[in-house]
Design a protein around this ligand. Structure first.
Ligand code: ZN
Length: 273
């Protein structure tokens, strides 16, 4: 199983995890021809049925992948895109057919080469669907620009932050403002920026907005680079300490855990003002 099981960090996939899934697919299942489609639990299907998904996918090849925020799209033949959303516990595994029993397998594609792609999801919050055009799908959902996307330049970011009436942590996690960031990486980005997660977004001055924008890129990119592997998280990341020694990697003070924007947030009260 690819590693996104960040022990104790909560395994809810965010942009870096989904980007890691995307790259994993590119190096495994892409360009393989689908021989059989198994929907193990119809509850994960979004606006489709096992029968119509089977028809759309059968005999076709996975062509390419794309990602927007926490959504992964896989082009199938010429008809459209498979939508994969990982909810709180979604995972992907590519393996030789019937090699290992995979728990919580909900959706399986068997390929001609006798390998299979398994989508597993312990809690039933992930979604599998199909769309002719993923950009239209993203628009219909009302998702904001991808946090690392071309459309998210500093001007756009600054405007989003400036007109938000909520706390910074809320606006970073709001998928309709910025797509891709969740609880764990909003904490990390704010920690690296030295900004308190409860600060009102519209109160942030331009210098701090610039810093936040830069750190958003740095943190997400770093997480993609270490492939969200818990053993490779840099020491200066809050993520490496929040659930272990609970020490701030910058000042060695105690990390605080508080509910902010309805979520358990970790921050250093000394380093984040
Ligand atoms: Zn500190």
């Amino acid at each position: 199983l690819i590693k996104s099981n960040r022990k104790g960090f909560g395994a809810m996939p965010e942009l870096p995890d989904v980007e890691t899934f995307r790259r994993y697919l590119n190096s495994t299942a892409v360009h393989k021809k689908i021989e059989k489609v198994h929907v193990k639990d119809e509850r994960i299907l979004e606006e489709t049925s096992a029968q119509s998904l089977g028809k759309l996918l059968h005999g076709r090849q996975l062509e390419e992948t794309s990602r927007h925020g926490k959504f992964l799209f896989v082009k199938v033949g010429t008809k459209g895109w498979l939508i994969l959303h990982f909810g709180m516990t979604g995972q992907l595994k590519y393996q030789k057919e019937n090699k290992d029993e995979v728990r919580y397998a909900r959706f399986i594609l068997d390929f001609e080469n006798e390998y299979q792609l398994i989508y597993c999801c312990k809690r039933m919050l992930g979604k599998v669907g199909f769309t002719e055009d993923w950009r239209e799908y993203v628009e219909k959902l009302g998702l904001g620009p991808d946090a690392l996307g071309e459309n998210m330049d500093f001007e756009r970011f600054s405007e989003i932050i400036g007109k938000s009436q909520t706390k910074l942590k809320s606006v970073l996690m709001d998928q309709s403002s910025i797509a891709g960031i969740g609880n764990v990486y909003s904490d990390e980005i704010l920690f690296q920026s030295g900004i308190h997660p409860g600060k009102k977004a519209s109160k942030l001055d331009k210098t701090s907005r610039k810093k936040l924008f830069k750190k958003m890129h740095e943190v997400l990119q770093a997480a993609i680079d270490f492939q969200v592997d818990e053993d490779r998280i840099p020491e200066h990341f809050l993520l490496a300490h929040r659930d272990t020694d609970q020490r701030c990697p910058r000042c060695d003070g105690k990390i605080r855990k508080e509910t902010i924007s309805g979520r358990s947030s970790y921050f250093c009260p000394k380093c984040q003002k």
